[in-house]
Design a protein around this ligand. Sequence first.
Ligand SMILES: [Mg+2]
Length: 269
Amino acid sequence: MHWQSATSTLLQSVISGSRVGLVTDVDGTISPIVDHPDAAQVTPRSRALLADLQSHLALVAVISGRAAADVRERVGIPDLVYVGNHGLEWWAGGRIEIAPEAAAFRPALEAALDAVRAEQVPGMLVEDKGATISVHYRQTADPAAVHARLGPVFEDLAGQHGLKLFQGRMVFEIRPPVDVNKGSAFHHLVARHNLDAALYLGDDTTDVDALRMARHLRETGACYAVGLGVESANMPPAVRDNADLLASGVQDVESFLSWLLSACSASST
Ligand SMILES: [Mg+2]
């Protein structure tokens, strides 16, 4: 169901909460997907709306697979809560905290990094994110072939170093085998900020944990959380399957944030 069909039902229940939080992904959600991850930019309208929403909501948090410092710089609003690396890094009190269970895997990660770099093909971008490794292959000559060939290679390689391989949109991610993901991070944010209602926005495979968590929190009565999936040309089916509501692309997310701001402004006057 498109979010506009739920403004007087699901979404009305969210904004009726006394402590409402908004947690959003970055790439493909408030920032259009681009060929090179370094070139991604949060849209000016999303940035302005998030900044305005901050004074109406109990929490505005941004969560991403990117490093927390990268997310903070890209979004550019000083006082939001920033969660990087799928929940492995938190920007808190002016510095980055790495989840302690992840820090112990740094030596294994460094060994894996050397092995990954040995598989380098033209256009492939290997990124050391401290707690994890990302391998972007969107800019290779034949991404589908790279995916098919290197998927099993990296799966083995991760296993040899006691790590795990995850796959996102045109990206391989090698991560420590710790139970931290966007779903657990969303749960943590809800608890830490004592939210009784919350929204989660995301577009990719790694957001599915958070979309599922939103539904779980709502169904168990812990928090009235609603998950919005953001549609795109190559939207993973699991996003659609687990989202409560859908937005049709980054521009429609802007419309959603704008609606949310008006609704919150109206309910607080
Ligand atoms: Mg995304």
